[in-house]
Design a binder for this molecule. Structure first.
Ligand code: ZN
Length: 298
């Protein structure tokens, strides 16, 4: 009360003051600024411009990295046109580096993104502002963050060592969504970055120029046939686990196969043995796992 009173008083007198510190509040867009004359003020930061996009209302699924599994690609126009940015500040390189493994075919299977080397712990940034649609441990992706953007585009950030955002949270362009790592099917620390539209991946280098660290275009004009229509059911990164993983409305189940252990399942699904046990009747850390048993893991 005292500070509030003082603040109002000095405002009224129009005395110049200098900010000396800022404090965070429960609302990430509101900060408290402390001034050198013992006064303070609350400051509302600008929110992402398109936070109320209707793209955040339809096919919004937080339990599956792909929200569009039943989407028919034939219903898309021959050419997809998406406005990407209004000016250059609307884009941020997710990670600066060179693409050492490109989108395309690799060892006979589709590689659905661009791989950028990094060090474990390096921040990975959201390329555009948007809203976090999925976070979690997901097969070959390891720790994965999926951000949907106001134009319907989705960007994927895989193999993270740490996830820094939550589902349904707005993210700013350039906000760190996670720390780089080598989780999932990965031979060394790198970012696996994907761009998808309606669940279908396309080459991220269509829009991102890693060499010049710029966005190639303000508006994406993409022929429909550049979307990979076969990658929506089993992405290259998760196909190794899909056979034993069953997603249902109420959770994720794993069908026990030879060699499975509860601790390995906990690692694979980013959870703990005790959490898995709490989700299943008659399951303790010492239970012998019968082959073919359906164990709820999430
Ligand atoms: Zn990759």
């Amino acid at each position: 009360m005292f500070l509030l009173f003082l603040s109002a008083e000095i405002f009224a007198q129009g005395i110049a003051r200098v900010s000396v510190d800022t404090l965070s509040t429960a609302d990430k867009y509101v900060k408290i600024v402390i001034y050198d004359n013992m006064t303070w003020d609350s400051l509302t930061m600008p929110k992402p411009k398109h936070i109320n996009s209707e793209q955040y209302d339809s096919d919004w699924v937080t339990t599956d990295h792909n929200a569009y599994r039943n989407f028919d690609i034939a219903t898309l126009p021959d050419t997809i046109v998406l406005p990407l940015i209004e000016d250059s500040t609307d884009f941020c390189m997710p990670r600066i580096g060179f693409v050492y493994s490109k989108y395309g075919w690799r060892h006979g299977r589709a590689h659905t993104g661009s791989d950028i080397p990094l060090n474990v712990g390096d921040p990975v940034y959201s390329a555009f502002e948007g809203k976090v649609r999925y976070t979690g441990y997901c097969g070959g992706y390891g720790n994965l963050v999926v951000v949907r953007h106001a134009n319907g585009l989705e960007t994927y950030y895989g193999h993270l060592s740490k996830i820094l955002v939550r589902e349904n949270e707005p993210v700013d362009v350039g906000e760190a969504v996670g720390l780089g790592g080598s989780t999932g099917r990965s031979t060394g620390p790198h970012l696996h970055f994907e761009t998808r539209y309606k669940g279908f991946p396309f080459d991220p280098e269509t829009i991102v120029n890693w060499k010049d660290t710029t966005l190639r275009c303000d508006t994406l004009v993409l022929p429909r046939n550049k979307l990979n229509s076969t990658a929506r059911y089993s992405s290259s990164s998760s196909s190794s686990s899909s056979a034993s993983t069953v997603e249902t409305g109420d959770g994720t189940y794993h069908i026990i196969r030879q060699g499975d252990t509860l601790s390995a399942l906990a690692r694979k699904y980013g959870t703990s043995v005790s959490k898995i046990c709490s989700l299943n009747n008659n399951l303790t850390p010492n239970t012998v796992l019968q082959l073919g048993r359906k164990v709820r893991v999430r």
